[in-house]
Design a protein around this ligand. Structure first.
Ligand SMILES: Nc1ncnc2c1ncn2[C@@H]1O[C@H](COP(=O)(O)OP(=O)(O)OP(=O)(O)O)[C@@H](O)[C@H]1O
Ligand SMILES: [Mg+2]
Length: 319
């Protein structure tokens, strides 16, 4: 899928005294060269070390995809664990840079939110590339180095109905907060939602939304998908989280297409037991985008449902 976005517009604010600060050595040149927000620190590669997998004793890889790999590393100066996205050599540099500008811009804009990973900075990996990559907070257990994508937790059936509803509420609240910052994620799916450690034990598990590589600003020019006619049914199958009207190119990404993606997540969360969450997922994935509820409506419905089942449980427990 192409990004085709206005990544370059995320950069240093127009009235920023760049020249002056550059002279004073206050802005690392990497920010100017790659058009990155100035508030994002540059981390020397030599200050990062591989973290070895406890079992295999090889560098721990957190995830991989068409772009390359995400490595677990330790920032030596602070002792913090980080997730570092290392791009494959064959990915074209302009694509990597455009993506980096976009993601760094988004994470900077969302830095006040608890539901997105903290951006520690950018680093230039010690390979042939001179292109910086993002260094983010590691979402996982700092002792075991385990991290859990929502998709994995669902397959492992470790989210019974009540917990699944609480996780669902967290995801909806995260999405509402992202929208309040005038951003659309545009790729909301189970692979891009991480559960914070302790989710099995804790009553109120926390989630973080990752991968803002396809995000768009609500104020930007509306972004349409342009897909060849013969590819549409294939895309709808393989990217089932994308709203059909967006895949068909009839509507740009918008809040109701985001609600569609949310609905797919709700249905997946409840696929082993169906019930309330499944029904809500059905409403969110209505083929007619005008009939889909708002994120606030979904939050309200889940909260009321949770209150009613808690009320029923305490009545049963009463002597
Ligand atoms: N901050 C993080 N902490 C822990 N794991 C992470 C973090 N960021 C990414 N990962 C892992 O790496 C995987 C890929 O990262 P990400 O979703 O950002 O890349 P991607 O662009 O989706 O790749 P793809 O090309 O497959 O779409 C995630 O699904 C997750 O398992
Ligand atoms: Mg992803």
């Amino acid at each position: 899928m192409c990004h085709g976005n206005s990544a370059l517009e995320w950069n240093v604010a127009k009235d920023f005294p760049v020249e002056e600060l550059l002279e004073q050595d206050k802005i690392p040149s990497v920010h100017i060269k790659f058009n990155l927000p100035v508030s994002c620190p540059e981390i020397p590669w030599s200050d990062l070390e591989d973290v070895l997998d406890r079992r295999t004793k090889k560098p721990k890889i957190l995830g991989s995809g068409s772009f390359g790999i995400v490595k677990l590393m330790k920032h030596q100066s602070s002792g913090k664990l980080c997730a570092v996205k290392i791009n494959k050599d064959d990915i074209e540099e302009p694509t990597v840079i455009e993506n980096l500008q976009l993601e760094v811009g988004v994470l900077t804009r969302l830095k006040h939110l608890d539901c997105v990973p903290e951006l520690f900075g950018v680093t230039i990996p010690g390979n042939n590339s001179q292109v910086p990559v993002m260094v983010q907070e590691f979402i996982g257990d700092p002792k075991t180095f385990r991290s859990t994508m929502l998709a994995i937790a669902i397959e492992a059936k470790v989210l019974p109905p009540l917990k699944a509803k609480r996780v669902a509420l967290r995801i909806c609240e995260a999405l509402r907060d992202i929208h309040s910052a005038k951003l659309l994620h545009c790729d909301l799916k189970n692979d891009n939602i991480m559960l914070e450690p302790g989710f099995v034990r804790k009553d109120n598990p926390k989630v973080k939304i990752i991968d803002f590589g396809k995000a768009v600003k609500m104020d930007d020019k509306p972004r349409y998908q342009y897909n060849a006619r013969d590819q549409m049914s294939w895309i709808m199958k393989c990217c089932s989280h994308l709203a059909p009207e967006v895949v068909r190119g009839e509507k740009p990404y918008n809040v109701s297409s985001e609600v569609y993606g949310l609905g797919v997540v709700l249905k997946d969360l409840s696929k082993h037991f169906r019930g309330f969450l499944w029904q809500l997922g059905e409403e969110c994935t209505d083929a007619d985008y005008r009939k889909r509820p708002s994120v606030e409506d979904v939050i309200h419905k889940i909260k009321s449902h949770l209150t009613s089942i808690q009320g029923a449980a305490s009545q049963l427990a009463a002597p």
